[in-house]
Design a protein around this ligand. Structure first.
Ligand SMILES: Nc1ncnc2c1ncn2[C@@H]1O[C@H](COP(=O)(O)OP(=O)(O)OP(=O)(O)O)[C@@H](O)[C@H]1O
Ligand SMILES: [Mg+2]
Length: 310
């Protein structure tokens, strides 16, 4: 298995203000990202995600530790030609049209005009911006800017694509479009490394995730092994029985919520579910729905966050 990104004790301390107050943005990050697939770099605001990405892309220098991209040190400029990057807050020269902007980016990568025309054509298709490329960037919506930003990150046909919060500020349709592009990139054999705090987006597409909290790596691995596949509780919706009847059952310990004619309760295990079903049957009640709950990324995220705070 080839490694796309690797860091060893990568750390960054910022010094800012007149008194050079120190902020430890990243502490001893040890991360391994395999080649191919989608890697989600998760963490709440201020966790150090952008700092890590800036270190990986050579925009800032580490205080200590090291990192490698495709086996080469992050300081090595040659590796950057194999990287594509969409920053968190990209700066666009807004009087350029989308097309001019992409040509400009291609020129920066040293591409000739014929190659640029061909590449831009296929990228506009990929990000679904065909027909919008002659509009000035200042007339693009946030979603369109994000898509043209993605096209920019792919102009040099990179092996690794690093995206800092690619779905931020997008509506659900825009988020799905970006997710679909990321899945296409994966199909093309690229490694996609992206940061997010939108857990549901990560849950839908990531092969692997890492969780960063207050500059420290809390967990890394395949989502299915990080998440507990066991059912943690079972939600049951009932009708034609009363709250009082349920309250009298000795095996139901959780509170019952009442919505008009429907009762909602949560059971800890399947044993209790079958006892409840027998009882509902006896009382001629009606089972509207049974929903098993598994641990979600959100639950894990909150658990880790509470552990750090404690
Ligand atoms: N240039 C800087 N000077 C001083 N402190 C900084 C600088 N850049 C980042 N920090 C601090 O480093 C920490 C990590 O910030 P970073 O931007 O990496 O977080 P993030 O995980 O990307 O957060 P968000 O989800 O809000 O984008 C924060 O406490 C931030 O205030
Ligand atoms: Mg950030």
């Amino acid at each position: 298995m080839q490694t796309a990104i690797e860091t060893q004790n990568l750390s960054k301390t910022f010094k800012s203000g007149f008194l050079l107050k120190e902020t430890q943005a990243l502490s001893d990050l040890n991360l391994t990202v395999a080649s191919g697939g989608i890697f989600g770099f998760l963490g709440p605001n201020g966790a150090g995600k952008t700092t890590t990405i800036k270190l990986l892309t050579g925009l800032i220098r580490a205080t200590s530790g090291e990192g490698k991209i495709l086996g080469k040190p992050i300081q090595d400029v040659s590796v950057r030609t194999r990287l594509g990057f969409l920053p968190e807050r990209p700066y666009f020269y807004e009087y350029l049209t989308g097309l001019e902007f992409l040509h400009f980016c291609g020129e920066l990568h040293g591409m000739n005009k014929t190659d640029r025309i061909q590449k831009i054509e296929s990228l506009l298709e990929l990000v679904q911006m065909k027909g919008l490329e002659t509009r000035q960037l200042r007339r693009y919506s946030k979603g369109m800017l994000q898509r043209i930003g993605l096209a920019q990150a792919l102009i040099n046909d990179p092996e690794i694509v690093i995206l800092d919060e690619p779905m931020s500020g997008l509506d659900p349709v825009g988020r799905k479009e970006v997710r679909d592009i990321m899945l296409l990139l994966k199909e093309m054999g690229k490694t996609v490394f992206f940061s997010t705090h939108i857990l549901s987006d990560a849950e839908l597409i990531c092969d692997q995730v890492a969780i960063l909290i207050q500059g420290k790596l809390k967990n890394q691995g395949k989502l299915e092994t990080l998440l507990n596949p066991k059912v943690t509780s079972i939600d049951v919706c009932l009708q034609n029985v009363t709250e009082q009847q349920i309250g009298a059952l000795d095996f139901v310990s959780t509170p019952v919520k009442v919505y008009e004619h429907t009762l909602l309760l949560s059971l800890e295990n399947e044993g209790k579910l079958s006892r409840l079903m027998d009882w509902v049957h006896q009382e001629s009640g009606k089972i509207v729905s049974i929903t098993p709950r598994k641990e979600t990324l959100e639950d894990m995220f909150m658990e880790e966050f509470n552990a750090v705070k404690a």
